[in-house]
Design a protein. Structure first.
Length: 410
């Protein structure tokens, strides 16, 4: 956990509360919006909150880091249920919770039906009979009953209505006392959630904030049905934070990534432009501040320098650019390259270079490190008589031009 953000970074948070089965094993987590490390309650349950939970979970932490191989329940607002905002992940290991604040009309029913047909599992949150949400019972896999606020007089009837749909599992939530836990046992509720079992945890990490302009620029490029892959690659590769998010998204089990990537191009191709478009849209909803110009230029200079010297060591230029960028981002957010590499779908060569400094890419990183700390003897020994200072100047000119182009377009 990072206690405070470094310059040009932000702290991102996501809450998670365990959901237990009848034997007391954790089988799932509900993911919750949290605005700070100290937040006890969600504070808001709107489209912004849902977008931030999705973006932070899948592209900042990585879904494996948040829930492992367990299922995650994510609150859904009307915009996501009707398809106005697309879900940038598949149905594996995810349950979509229809919030009790959603007005269930024909459009919502049509949208939830489509999601269920795509394989998404549906949960009805804080279910109450007469709210209109009973219209979704035939589509539901889970019904969450808040025993803290439950109307005991009608509980028998509600449970009986749910039991008419054999696939539905009932989640007893709001459990704060032993009496409520005993009540869930008496009714045979399959799943349980509440403070008497476990309070929510808040996970926190440092994150390099992507440029808002880059997000909008990316959306603009992707708005064309015949989007140009090279233009998209240029936008992503020119923004270290955006690159990291694309890499983490490509590593998400929820989008079905199965292979390891060795370049930004491969990650973009793996995700597909449709998924990139969906992530970019969510990043606009999840609006945050930008990294500083100097930090952007330094990170891009290092990545470009690694790319330029790579052929001298028989290393892949694309792989060297990625390795250089990851090490620059690691320094900016106060983490080790190995810690970041652990969350990314990197090729074995890049992963070993970041974790242990081995292989041709490890040599590239060492010579660039030596130059940056002013160890000219090590640079001379490693790089021979080639013109590294000239290569550095060329990398600086390239990165300055890239950052200036971004600023001038603002």
């Amino acid at each position: 956990m990072v206690p405070f953000p470094l310059p040009g970074t932000q702290l991102v948070h996501v809450g998670r509360q365990p959901i237990f089965d009848m034997t007391g094993d954790v089988v799932a987590y509900e993911l919750l919006f949290r605005g700070s490390m100290a937040a006890v309650e969600a504070g808001r349950r709107d489209t912004y909150a849902t977008s931030q939970v999705i973006v932070n979970t899948f592209t900042e932490f990585g879904i494996d880091e948040v829930v492992g191989d367990r299922t995650c329940f994510i609150n859904m607002t009307r915009e996501f249920l009707t398809g106005e905002l697309k879900l940038p992940f598949g149905p594996e290991h995810v349950v979509l919770e229809v919030l009790e604040t959603v007005d269930v009309d024909d459009e919502v029913i049509e949208g939830v039906t489509a999601l269920a047909e795509q394989g998404y599992r549906i949960a009805l949150d804080d279910f109450e009979w007469g709210s209109g949400h009973e219209r979704l019972l035939p589509l539901a896999d889970f019904v969450k009953l808040d025993l803290l606020a439950a109307d005991r007089e009608h509980l028998d009837a509600i449970v009986a209505a749910c039991r008419q749909h054999p696939k539905i599992q009932i989640v007893a939530e709001g459990l704060e006392t032993g009496e409520q836990l005993a009540l869930s046992n008496r009714y045979g509720f399959e799943l349980r959630q509440g403070y008497v079992l476990s309070r929510p945890q808040v996970l926190t990490a440092a994150s390099l904030t992507p440029s808002k302009l880059r997000r909008l620029e990316l959306i603009s490029a992707l708005s064309d049905p015949d989007a140009d892959l090279e233009q998209v690659l240029g936008i992503i590769a020119g923004d270290p934070a955006l690159t990291m998010r694309v890499l983490r998204a490509s590593n998400s089990a929820a989008v079905g990534a199965t292979s390891r990537v060795s370049s930004v191009r491969q990650a973009v191709v793996m995700l597909g432009l449709a998924h990139i478009r969906q992530w970019a849209m969510l990043m606009v909803v999840d609006d945050v501040s930008e990294a500083t110009e100097a930090q952007m230029a330094d990170a891009l200079t290092r990545a470009r320098l690694c790319e330029s010297v790579a052929p001298s060591y028989g290393a892949s230029p694309d792989g060297a650019f990625m390795a250089g960028l990851i090490t620059a981002v690691a320094q900016m957010i106060g983490l080790s390259p190995a810690a970041i590499a652990h969350q990314l779908p990197l090729s074995t060569e890049i992963a070993k270079a970041l974790a242990r400094g081995t292989g041709p890419l490890g040599q590239v990183l060492r010579v660039v490190d030596a130059y940056e700390r002013g160890d000219l003897h090590e640079v001379a020994a490693a790089y021979g008589g080639e013109d590294l200072p000239g290569t550095v100047m060329a990398a600086m000119r390239w990165s300055t031009k890239a950052v200036a182009a971004t600023q001038s377009a603002a």
